[in-house]
Design a protein around this ligand. Structure first.
Ligand code: SF4
Length: 239
C-alpha cells in the first residue's frame, strides 16, 4: 500500500513540457453507465496536438479544464505550449496527459475556417454540450472523419455491472456526436450493449425484487415509458 502510494507520488511529480499545433479541440466528458441509468461528468476539453512532448516528436492528447479553454479560446491550427502530468488511470481519460499548467498560445491559427463539416472553430461552453445532448457515433466514422470536429467526443465509459455491488465495474470508450442532425458525415454504427443490463431487466421481470426496485427507479425520476408501464403493472400486481 505504501509502495503503491509512493509510486503514485513519483508519477504525480513528473511534469512534461510540450508544444505543437492543435489538430482538435473536443469536450472532455466522462460517462457512467449503471444499467438503464447514465450520468456525465463535464471535465473540460481535450486538445489533440501534433508536436513534441518531453523532447519526443509525435501526436498526443492533453486534458485541460473549462476555465483554461474559456481563457485562451483554443481552436484547430493554434500553436500552443504547456506542461502536463501523465494520466494515472487511462481507463478514465482519453487524453494521455492532464493537470495542465503554463498554457500559452504561441501563434493563433491564421487559417480561414473551412467549410464544415467537420466544424473546426472555437468549441462552445460545456453547458451548450449538455443542453444539446449527444447521439451514438460509429467508432470508425469518428476516427476517419470526426476526430477534428468540435461536436465529436470520444468518452471514457465506466460501467457498473452489478447493481448490488457497485465496485464491480468495466471500462471502455464510446464515441458520440453533439452536432447537427443534418451532418452528412454522421453514421450511427451498431447498437452498443451494456454489460449487466439484460440480467438487470431479467431480475426485474421475475422474483420479489421486482416489487421493490422499480420504486427506487421511480424515486430516481427515471420516468421513461418502460418504467412507467412496468410500475403500473407492479401496482396492479400488488393490489
Ligand atoms: S458527424 Fe458529428 S462529429 Fe462528425 S463531423 Fe458531423 S457534426 Fe462533426
Amino acid at each position: 500500500m505504501v509502495r503503491q502510494k509512493r509510486k503514485l507520488l513519483v508519477m504525480e511529480s513528473n511534469k512534461f513540457s510540450w508544444q505543437g499545433e492543435l489538430t482538435s479541440v473536443q469536450p472532455r466528458i466522462r460517462l457512467t453507465r449503471s444499467f438503464d441509468q447514465r450520468s456525465h461528468s463535464y471535465l473540460g476539453y481535450t486538445l489533440g496536438i501534433k508536436g513534441a512532448i518531453d523532447g519526443n516528436d509525435g501526436e498526443f492528447l492533453i486534458g485541460i479544464g473549462k476555465a483554461a479553454q474559456a481563457k485562451h479560446g483554443f481552436r484547430v491550427g493554434d500553436r500552443v505550449s504547456g506542461q502536463s502530468h501523465p494520466v494515472l488511470d487511462n481507463r478514465l481519460e482519453t487524453a494521455q496527459f492532464y493537470k495542465t499548467s503554463a498554457l500559452k498560445v504561441i501563434e493563433s491559427s491564421a487559417d480561414d475556417l473551412n467549410e464544415p463539416p467537420p466544424w473546426l472553430g472555437v468549441p462552445p461552453n460545456l453547458e451548450t454540450y449538455r443542453e444539446r445532448g449527444h447521439r451514438r457515433l460509429d467508432a470508425r466514422s469518428y476516427k476517419a472523419k470526426c476526430q477534428s470536429c468540435i461536436w465529436g467526443c470520444n468518452m471514457p465509459v465506466e460501467i457498473i455491472i452489478d447493481h448490488w455491488n457497485p465496485s464491480q465495474k468495466r471500462y471502455r470508450f464510446e464515441s458520440f456526436c453533439y452536432g447537427p442532425k443534418s451532418c452528412p458525415l454522421y453514421r450511427a454504427g451498431r447498437t452498443r450493449s451494456v454489460p449487466g443490463e439484460k440480467e438487470w431487466y431479467g431480475k426485474r421481470k421475475t422474483g420479489s425484487m421486482s416489487k421493490i426496485l422499480p420504486t427506487a427507479q421511480w424515486m430516481n425520476k427515471d420516468r421513461d415509458l418502460y418504467d412507467y408501464c412496468y410500475i403500473s403493472i407492479i401496482i396492479l400486481d400488488l393490489y
